[in-house]
Design a protein around this ligand. Structure first.
Ligand code: CP3
Length: 342
């Protein structure tokens, strides 16, 4: 099993050149995804159809041969499975019926999740059979704080003021939601591992909006609880954490949460983060998705600077945030070639 380059790096080995995959590597920048999207109903329907979700997960692997495949799904599938109304509107993004009361939180049902997500687990099991031998299958969830942001706000937001206000003004109510999410996330990731996910990632897209005190309460504490529970249930299955916009805390985050890898966002200096993160903990990242759209010599200079900064320590090459829909697929091919030819 540890033949797979990504798993070797997650176990603390450094490999040169580093293995790579890209956040949001499946999706709208690929014509073969758009062809399926136009004929397959809504986004949730695609996520819940094992034929389509398996095919969409494999599309970037076939085209570019990344070292890992990430399950085609979304962080908002968990609130949907818990019973919240969730819809994805083209050109708008996710829309949720906001939850801001104890009654709303208590109406969420952890008992629903196993049934509702059964097709996702089926997709994972099919992928374990369909992927190339060296390709690692990554499962994922949003982290409790980031998922709570969408659940309370009812969608995306510039500053998630409703959510962050709730955390300050009604900490007991916010803790009630965070507790439901921490347990449900642990169980759902555990089910993904049982179905065949070889590593799991926690996306904490909005971690960097929090004050230092709130960051400890709503990012470090739940992440540490999830990692400890997963390590106990599935020893040796690595966890990647992505505390986006919080690269200044990379060292503290690695030490206190117990993750096996810290994913760095675009604005984080990889050399400084690497110096702060223990040598045995991998780092992942962190090419600017806009540099990938630009391509050419500007992109290659950015790639070189990241590779040079992280050479000699466990590193998985990736972006600093997800691929954008306007990305030319040829630039992704150039990126893969550029990293592999080092
Ligand atoms: O490589 C992959 O495609 C893996 C699957 C994946 C998706 N979303 C598919 C998706 C993953 C890992 C995510 C994570 C996710 N989703 C995050 C965390 C990472 C990040 O990007 O910050 C967040 C915050 C979300 C919530 C979300 N989902 C938003 C805000 C949107 C709308 C914006 C957009 O790009 O449309 C989505 C929809 C979504 N998730 C799409 C895809 C491919 C686009 C919908 C479609 O193609 O029909």
């Amino acid at each position: 099993m540890l033949e797979k380059p990504i798993l070797r790096v997650l176990a603390g080995e450094d490999i040169w050149p580093p293995p790579l995959w890209l956040m949001r590597q499946a999706g709208r920048y690929l014509p073969e995804y758009r062809a399926i999207k136009d004929s397959s109903g809504g986004f949730i329907a695609r996520c819940m159809n094992p034929d389509l979700a398996t095919e969409i997960t494999l599309q970037p692997i076939r085209r570019f041969g990344m070292d890992a495949a990430i399950l085609f799904s979304d962080i908002l599938i968990l609130p949907w499975a818990l019973g919240q109304d969730v819809a994805f509107k083209d050109g708008v993004g996710p829309i949720l019926a906001p939850i801001r009361s104890a009654a709303g939180i208590d109406a969420l049902s952890r008992a629903r999740v196993a049934d509702a997500t059964a097709p996702v687990l089926e997709t994972i099991t099919r992928l374990t059979k369909a992927l190339p031998a060296a390709c690692t299958l990554i499962g994922f969830c949003g982290s409790p704080f980031t998922v709570a942001c969408y659940m309370v706000e009812g969608g995306g937001s510039r500053d998630f003021a409703e959510t962050r206000s709730m955390a300050y003004t009604d900490p007991a109510l916010f803790a009630r939601l965070m507790d439901v999410l921490t347990t449900a996330t642990t169980d759902y990731l555990s089910a993904q591992i049982q179905a065949g996910a070889e590593a799991v990632m926690l996306f904490d897209t909005w971690a960097g909006m929090l004050s230092p005190l709130q960051f400890r309460q709503h990012v470090i504490a739940p992440t540490a609880a999830i990692v400890a529970a997963l390590n106990a249930r599935h020893p040796g299955v690595p966890v990647i954490g992505f505390p986006r916009l919080a690269g200044m805390y990379a060292g503290m985050y690695a030490e206190r949460t117990g993750v096996d890898c810290v994913a760095l966002d675009t604005g984080t200096d990889p050399a400084r983060a690497a110096a702060a993160v223990p040598d045995s903990v991998a780092v992942q990242g962190n090419l600017d998705p806009i540099a990938l759209i630009a391509g050419g010599s500007a992109m290659r200079a950015e790639i070189s600077s990241i590779l040079d900064a992280l050479r000699g320590r466990p590193h998985i090459f990736n972006l600093g945030h997800g691929i954008l829909p306007q990305t030319p697929p040829e630039h992704v091919a150039d990126l893969v070639q550029c990293v592999r030819s080092r």
